[in-house]
Design a protein around this ligand. Structure first.
Ligand code: SF4
Length: 503
């Protein structure tokens, strides 16, 4: 079979005007596709987190290639698109499995993660760093089938290859169990049926000199946050209806379409719940909501010795150690502030695991050693701390009894804020420690730290795996310690404020 034999679509005369990612963008919003083609400079640069997630996704794609030993990676044979089209053509018939095989059909370009030849035709695999199937994956695969069939290939099945959340590592990774393959050929049929018209429509959008007139809407966030929001959302003030915490997106747009945009413009709106009304009233009147009785009841549940605990943890799609499942949290660090009695001096202890080895055994022993079994343990959003204790107990049965004693002593400092026992305008409808701390104690924040949020802490810790310079390692470790320490110190100070206000 001779592929790309049409002069317009030959590898030598690449004319694609729509890649797979551009098609996905166009399906989300034609205006964003137009911006991408005509005003790419308006696109917001991906933040560090998005870049990190993209890198992680890329790693999974590479790792999944081990499912088909002996496959040929087209992207390693040629760097540019014409070269990849050429190499695909050369290898298609003589190689059983291709990675990043590249095809174009009617100016649409796709690269297939894994293309595997069988006696019945070709199987294509789209690898995703996800444990669940999402509607956008159907779009992705439908386009690949459309292009490959257009090029004359018989597709026997098209799979989305996902991470199997039920997998647990024992010894070496069993790659065939780490991944699961969902067949989607039939499921994509309704999308494929309409693709010629849809693609034509997207081509017209691209060719048009002006951006299509499309209002902002829920589509700005689904399936992905649009990277042209700075452009389209510039007329939305702060705070707006979109900042009402916990209000469904369609309700927010219902208000927006009625011309209610500023938060303070919202009238007595029956659709708001009590907490949302607090947020609105605080915004309008600067009123502080304080329920002393509820705070006192909460404070009575505490006892000494009083420990303030915070973990940092990372998660990876490919479980790095025995007994772990994909994306399971792996605590690598903690900070403890503690008071032995109401009058004793505040003390601090912290732990950070050495990279390159399983942090859990030593971390579990340290926790038992440094937190007395009778201590009252405060955590903020404690479901996470409880999860870490429970998972450590399950991983290390000989320590389980001691770990679960601490687990049952954990009290959540977030509860009074979650219930709005204390609410101020500066909390902006949220109750994380990062919003509560500056709202109550403006002079204490995270802004002076090199690491200012949990995701940055994870990236910093994982960076330790890649560097050998001891001085650089020490700097990162100290930054991580300072960040985690601020979290527990913040809890100490926030509790002091609650005590003061409860009198
Ligand atoms: S911000 Fe919304 S309306 Fe604007 S281009 Fe993106 S998705 Fe379309």
């Amino acid at each position: 079979m001779e592929l790309f034999n049409d002069a317009e679509f030959s590898p030598k005369t690449v004319r694609y005007n729509l890649s797979k990612s551009q098609y996905i963008k166009g399906m989300q919003c034609k205006k964003s596709l137009w911006f991408l083609k005509h005003r790419p400079e308006l696109r917001e640069k991906p933040d560090a987190l998005r870049q990190f997630l993209f890198g992680e996704g890329h790693k999974i794609g590479k790792y999944a290639q081990n499912l088909f030993p002996g496959g040929v990676d087209i992207s390693a044979l040629a760097e540019d698109i014409p070269g990849r089209l050429q190499k695909t053509q050369e290898h298609l018939h003589k190689t059983e499995t291709l990675f990043e095989a590249t095809f174009q059909y009617k100016s649409v370009l796709v690269m297939v993660d894994i293309l595997h030849k069988t006696p019945f035709g070709y199987e294509l695999y789209e690898v995703k760093s996800s444990t669940t199937e999402k509607p956008v994956f159907l779009q992705d695969i439908a386009l690949q089938i459309h292009v490959l069939e257009g090029c004359g290939l018989i597709i026997s099945e098209a799979f989305v290859t996902l991470i199997n959340s039920a997998y647990k590592r024992h010894g070496n990774i069993e790659i065939e169990h780490l991944f699961k393959h969902n067949p989607l050929y039939e499921k994509t049929a309704p999308i494929r049926q309409n693709l010629p018209e849809i693609l034509e429509d997207l081509r017209k959008t691209i060719k048009h000199p002006n951006a299509p007139s499309i209002e902002i809407g829920p589509h700005c966030f689904h399936p992905y946050d649009c990277d042209f929001m700075a452009q389209c959302w510039s007329h939305i003030p702060k705070p707006s209806v979109f900042d009402i915490s916990g209000l469904k997106l369609d309700k927010k747009f219902e208000l927006y379409r009625k011309g209610i945009i500023k938060m303070t413009d919202i009238p007595e709106y029956s659709g708001l719940n009590v907490k949302q009304r607090h947020q609105l009233n605080a915004e309008k009147t600067n009123q502080v909501f304080l329920n002393k009785k509820a705070i006192n009841t909460f404070l009575k549940t505490l006892h000494y010795p009083l420990y303030f605990l915070d973990f940092e943890a990372f998660q990876q799609a490919i479980p790095p150690y025995d007994g772990l499942s994909p994306f399971q949290q792996i605590a690598f660090q903690y900070s403890l502030h503690y008071l032995d009695s109401p009058t004793s001096e505040l003390q601090h202890y912290d732990f950070i695991a050495e990279p390159h080895r399983d942090p859990r055994p030593l971390l579990a022993q340290e926790l038992i050693k440094h937190i007395p079994e009778n201590a009252c343990i405060m955590a903020y959003n404690s479901s996470f701390e409880k999860l870490v204790f429970a998972q450590l107990a399950s991983a290390f049965p000989d320590l389980a009894k001691e770990l679960m004693k601490r687990h049952s002593n954990i009290i959540d400092l977030m509860v009074p804020f979650q219930r709005h026992d204390l609410y101020t305008k500066d909390m902006h409808g949220r109750f994380t420690i990062k919003t509560v701390l500056p709202a109550l104690i403006p002079e204490l924040s995270y802004s002076d730290l090199a690491i200012q949020d949990g995701q940055s802490a994870v990236r910093a810790y994982l960076k330790l795996l890649d560097i050998s310079d001891e001085t650089e390692k020490e700097v990162i470790k100290n930054n991580l310690k300072a960040y985690c320490k601020r979290d527990t110190f913040a809890m100490v100070k926030v509790l002091e404020v609650l005590k003061e206000l409860a009198h």
